[in-house]
Design a binder for this molecule. Structure first.
Ligand code: SF4
Length: 498
């Protein structure tokens, strides 16, 4: 036997009623799961709780301010420090979607539609936590090392949660999560994908295993760990580019340089850079497929060795030494694209390369390759489709929001962080998770990812696009009614209200 009671979420507005069990539980209607929550407990996602019979968002609403506490103390970005609740006069405060709550079943207006005034113009920010069924994380790993074949499945908790995509310049791209893994496979796969995505978004370390490839530890803003070894340097360029950059600095100190690279291995005296400097051909012939003079593809197999190849002995790629060109005493440097691996040889009377100590002037240039490498990092971008029912929380005419965003009338942010909106249909939003507040992402067991999103525009434009004008409230009203915490604004992010 159940009784019908006002939905606690909507009691303030008088909207909506829900059935609930008589045994003192309340029903959360913030997502389709409709958890029945006992007093003092939280629902499945830990985002909502039953606090003395009232459905309560566990995390307080996150406000961010450029000017902080009343005594002038600067509250560091996302410090979690308590705030006395005073907003300085004229202090710009931005209401983020973090802790704001969701709007399922979608027809309801967003939890907060906050008015403000900037430079004499009335503005409004529509604030919500979107439930993203269609979303994924695009991850860039700065490494030359071979982590696995393109299109290889990536596993977490034994389940396929993504795949290897293209190799880019000094980096390897991964696609993790996505609706096919969330809902298109088994329940276990969906849960593993959701766990992986949640951890990535919240900047936690994630263990991944690539089929026929490497084991990775990926964490936003940190160096990738490949088979237990933390990557240090992102290569300065491909082998050909490295030749071009440093050719002049090698001239007079060495007779031949071979930059070993899985993509393009460069041979200095044959390369256009060496010819331009009138270098004598060194006669060292390397394996692989010649692309253009001094540039060779596939000198070895991909791997974890020199320059993303599988070699550990650089002479393994020397196919022949041409006696018509080479000469006894010829000085040869072999080096990787990060400068982490190098070897120096001098040809003996039989034109055989003999290892020799690397001269200081040559070592200086090798060190400069290292100096020009940037730290290897993992970059994690959230990609979510906000063009669906989420728009109903903003306007009664959803396509008007899509058009207004495309016409740049609406600024879209995620937890205050700037986003990139993909051209074309829908509202495909992409954001760097390191620019968002910590722990900004949540989940629901459908499964789907919950992410903060804010739409800021002129109040007049909001009215024009069919916005929920009767729900617009000033910041003061939010401050009066809501539990919130204040954090300092991340100075690296542009202020979202123009
Ligand atoms: S899982 Fe859904 S219904 Fe359950 S507490 Fe979380 S938001 Fe509410």
């Amino acid at each position: 036997m159940t009784t019908t009671k006002a939905d606690p979420v909507n009691e303030a507005s008088g909207e909506g009623t829900l059935e609930r069990p008589a045994a003192g539980k309340i029903v959360c209607n913030a997502c389709p799961v409709l958890c029945q929550i006992s007093e003092g407990r939280t629902g499945a996602c830990d985002r909502y709780a039953n606090a003395k019979g009232v459905l309560t968002r566990v995390d307080p609403l996150l406000l961010m301010s450029q000017v902080v506490s009343a005594d002038g103390a600067v509250v560091p970005f996302d410090s979690g420090e308590p705030w006395d609740g005073t907003v300085l006069p004229d202090a710009p405060v931005f209401v983020t979607g973090v802790g704001s709550g969701t709007t399922y079943p979608d027809y309801k207006p967003a939890p907060f539609i906050v008015s403000s005034r900037h430079a004499g113009v009335d503005m409004v920010t529509v604030v919500t936590e979107g439930i993203f069924s269609y979303c994924s994380f695009k991850v860039k790993i700065d490494t030359d090392r071979y982590i696995g074949p393109e299109r290889a499945p990536i596993r977490s908790q034994g389940e396929v949660v993504g795949h290897v995509t293209t190799m880019e310049y000094g980096s390897q791209m991964l696609s993790l999560g996505g609706v096919q893994h969330l809902t298109g496979g088994s329940k276990k796969e969906g849960r593993a994908a959701c766990d992986t995505m949640l951890a990535l978004g919240n900047r936690q370390a994630v263990d991944l295993e690539i089929e026929n490839g490497a084991k990775l530890v990926v964490q936003a803003g940190r160096a990738p760990v490949i088979n237990g070894v933390a990557e240090r340097r992102m290569r300065v360029g491909c082998g050909s580019a490295t030749i071009g950059i440093f050719a002049k600095q090698w001239l007079a100190h060495v007779d031949e340089v071979i930059v070993v690279d899985d993509h393009i291995t460069g041979v200095l005296t044959e390369h256009q850079a060496g010819r331009f400097l009138d270098m004598r051909p060194g006669g060292v012939k390397v394996t692989g497929r010649k692309s253009t003079p001094g540039r060779y593809f596939q000198v070895a197999n991909p791997g974890l060795g020199w320059g993303g190849t599988d070699i550990t002995d650089p002479l393994a790629i020397v196919k022949a030494i041409d006696p018509k060109e080479a000469w006894p005493g010829e000085r040869i440097l072999m080096v990787s694209t990060t400068g982490e691996d190098c070897a120096y040889f001098v040809l003996d009377g039989a034109l055989q390369p003999v290892p020799a100590p690397i001269p200081a002037e040559v070592k200086k240039v090798v060190d400069r390759i290292g100096e020009n490498c940037e730290p290897a990092l993992c970059t994690v971008l959230f990609l979510g489709g906000a063009g669906g029912s989420l728009r109903a929380g903003v306007t009664e005419n959803p396509v008007a929001l899509t058009r207004s965003i495309k016409e740049l009338l609406v600024q879209v942010t995620c937890g205050g962080a700037p986003t990139y909106i993909w051209p074309g249909g829908g509202i495909m939003v992409m954001v760097d998770v390191t620019r968002m507040p910590e722990n900004a992402f949540g989940w629901v067991p459908t499964p789907a990812i919950v992410a903060p999103i804010e739409f800021t525009m002129r109040l007049a434009d909001y009215a024009r696009l069919g916005g929920h004008m009767d729900r617009v409230q000033p910041l003061e009203s939010v401050l009066r009614r809501e539990r919130y915490r204040l954090a300092g604004w991340d100075a690296a992010n542009p202020w979202p209200v123009p």
